[in-house]
Design a binder for this molecule. Sequence first.
Ligand code: ACO
Length: 326
Amino acid sequence: MIAAGILGTGAALPEKVITNQDLEKIVDTSDEWITSRTGIKARRQAGPDQTTSSLSVEAASKALEMAGLTPSDLDLIICSTISPDMPLPSTAAYIQSKLGARDCCAFDLAAACSGFLFGMTVAEQFIKTRKARHVLVIGAEILSRYVDYKDRATCVIFGDGVAAGVLGPVEAPSGMLAAEMHTNGGFADHLYIPAGGVLKPASCETVRAGEHYIKMNGNELFKVAVRSMEDVSRRVLEQAGVSVRAIDLFIPHQANQRITDAVRERLGVCPEKVYANISRLGNTSSASIPICLDECVRSGRIQKGNLVLMAAFGAGVTWGAVLMRW
Ligand code: ACO
């Protein structure tokens, strides 16, 4: 049986940095509150000319270069995003065209912050069954376009960013060892954008009411996030027959440093084995795990043979984990 592994990674971040001090000037908040409640000090914001597809092409090109592949080698493109360029067509279609890839299958996947791990899990099925050899999985978000900068509960959290991984067949013992995806729609109304869809089409009234912005009941999600990320991490470890102590690196979705700390403590992972960049980048939703991965690969924090555990939680609610040997 062949295994799916990551052959290359790449990231693209907008240059503009929004600090907590910048937010203090526009909304009733403080650096002290944001830092102590979330661990976030700064986040990036895309410029008017940057789009989800344009940053994706930048990230994908770097990932392909690291993998030693060209766009024409791709058999499948999966773009995980909840902030697409347009409702129609898929952002993946634009990425394919802008990259100059051939007419392989390309589609978007909407699983919010769990999206990159969902994308990896889908890609693994194609690779293992030999339906595809090289799959580009992208986590891409420009959430600043959906954030209400008058709502202090959300504008301090989210940041923009994109990262990509090229997956392909690898030799044992490398590759994905276990993966799980979960959804519980019972919590759907805790993180949502009320208008702009079929239920409530965009109108002057919905815009006036700010219903095109993200609404979040963060407090409720916090508890579910900690429980589900712990649970799904344990499940993939058990499936692979791997102990927590054997993990070399734990990359959780960067939702809130307090969530990361709680999950880490419950799992019993030592702090040195946990990667975090939330202080610099905030919550970039589906881009958060692949950005971390890319930083770890390029800095040498991930070495061949390392056991890497990734776990995510997001709107839907969705959650999942992937355990892989690099
Ligand atoms: N600055 C100052 N005060 C604030 C701010 C702010 N930016 N935001 C909220 N407050 C206030 C609230 O109004 C409240 O005041 P009150 O007690 O007078 O009513 C108080 O702080 C506490 O508010 P909580 O919402 O209870 O704060 P909490 O400690 O829960 O932190 C946070 C909020 C950071 C959003 C946290 O709940 C969280 O991270 N939740 C998880 C979010 C998540 O995981 N989402 C899913 C992934 S994202 C995705 O899928 C796109």
